[in-house]
Write a protein of this length. Structure first.
Length: 416
């Protein structure tokens, strides 16, 4: 099994271009099942999760072609299969996002329960609540879930929690439903806005994406179009922390700064200089990092997907920091690995108390999930010695060219 090796690196310096957002590209690829003409997606990141989603689409009868770097052409005019295979579902939770499109386009869908990062229980009850409200009948047995409906009819749906995936799945099911669907307490993430703007280009009628109330007026059919994926705010945040933790000077290019406000604010709080300039942001690190506290929340709060990377940073701040994870039940799996590298972290329920240490020391560690893997790479950059990271397939699920990008900034990182 390949490993990522990270040696103690100098302060990282230079410019890095951020790829298209994984969490935007995945639902948009799923939504491509709704189009009946050619769809061209630009700035699609080169990631394992994207490959899996393309395989899912192909298995359902869509034609998927890679035209050039980051450009994918999809034609779903002849989709004919409503069953998603277990081996694809088990690789990635986001495969569940094809359920909404299949239900509304073919009137039925069947799948096994989704896989992906093992963070908390991650149920799908809200997705199913939405499908039911639109008139679908749901059956579940032996780990399979099927939904069918002669026709879907718009309704008012209140989400008990602003789930990103449920909001996306319900929007996609509603675009071809009869009448109007109103989703209240909807997720407000930028990736929801990107999905809605993509679907509207294809002919959908979605209003309010980016607010907590989304209105979808059903249309008879969707066509095709060209869409460019928004930049990945979590990849951007990870490189910003890389600059902060190494006392570097990195300019992160291709970002939408309004999407990364909490990350900018927290980096300033720990003592970094952050300069916003159009679609780029420069982060200048500081040797004397101050502690800070973080509470993860749905957007526009601090993103749970940046929690692990910040915990690595907090491990080297001078003083005590606290992290409260409110989005996922069990998202502290990186803590044991960071402790193996000398971090001083105590967990109390959904809180972690991080006492800053003078230095981290290399150790063989395992990426337990995608962002945990990123947190270990960041720790490796500043730890004494050579850090050996195992289970790196998690990192490849979500970071496009992580070694190339970090190496270009001066990091000592390679695969073995
Ligand atoms: C998406 C992101 C993931 C991010 C998360 C939260 C993608 C592909 N993944 O995941 O990177 O960490 O948003 O920002 O976009 N929940 C329920 N019932 C449901 C659905 C969710 O209780 O039906 C709970 C989950 O268990 C979790 C919380 O809601 O505790 C957030 O989940 P959700 O917003 O749905 O995250 P994902 O869409 O899975």
């Amino acid at each position: 099994m390949e490993k990522i090796m990270v040696e103690t690196s100098p302060p990282l310096k230079g410019k890095v271009r951020i790829s298209g957002a994984k969490n935007s590209a995945l639902p948009i690829l799923a939504a491509s099942l709704l189009g009946t003409e050619d769809i061209i997606l630009e700035d699609v990141p080169n990631l394992k999760d994207i490959e899996v989603m393309c395989e899912v689409l192909t298995s359902l009868g869509a034609k998927v072609e890679k035209l050039d770097k980051g450009i994918i052409k999809i034609n779903s005019s002849n989709i004919n299969n409503y069953i998603t295979r277990y081996e694809l579902m088990s690789k990635m939770r986001a495969s569940f996002l094809v359920m909404g499109p299949l239900l509304t386009r073919l009137g039925k869908t069947k799948t096994s329960l989704p896989g992906g990062c093992a963070i908390g229980t991650r149920p799908i009850d809200l997705h199913l609540k939405g499908f039911k409200a639109l008139g679908a009948t749901i059956n579940s047995d032996h780990g399979n879930i099927s939904a069918y409906a002669d026709k879907l009819v718009g309704d008012k749906i209140y989400l008990d929690f602003p789930s990103v995936g449920a909001t996306e799945n319900i929007i996609m099911a509603a675009v071809l439903a009869e009448g109007e669907t109103i989703i209240d307490n909807a997720a407000m993430e930028p990736e929801i806005v990107d999905l809605a703007s993509f679907l509207n280009k294809l002919g959908a009628d979605i209003k309010g994406a980016g607010t907590s109330t989304i209105r979808v007026k059903g249309v008879k059919k969707l066509g095709g179009g060209v869409h460019s994926i928004i930049p990945d705010r979590i990849e951007a945040g990870t490189f910003m922390v890389a600059s902060a933790i190494t006392g570097g000077d990195i300019t992160v290019e291709n970002v939408i700064t309004s999407h990364i406000k909490p990350i900018i604010a927290k980096l300033k709080e720990v003592g970094c200089e952050v300069i916003e300039n159009g679609d780029s942001v420069r982060v200048i690190g500081n040797k004397d990092l101050k502690p800070t506290d973080i509470k993860t929340l749905p957007y526009p709060g601090f993103p749970t997907d940046m929690q692990a990377q910040f915990m690595t940073l907090m491990s080297l701040c001078k003083g005590t920091s606290v992290v409260i994870e409110t989005v996922f039940e069990n998202r502290f799996m990186h803590v044991d690995e960071l402790k193996r590298m000398g971090a001083d972290i105590k967990i109390d329920g959904r809180s972690a108390i991080i006492q800053g240490v003078d230095k981290l020391t290399s150790a063989p560690v395992k990426a337990s999930d995608l962002r945990a893997g990123a947190a270990l790479v960041l720790a490796g950059l500043v730890a004494d010695g050579v850090t050996e990271i195992d289970n790196i397939y998690h990192i490849d699920r979500g970071y496009d060219g992580i070694e190339e990008k970090l190496s270009s900034l001066g990091a000592k990182i390679y695969r073995k």
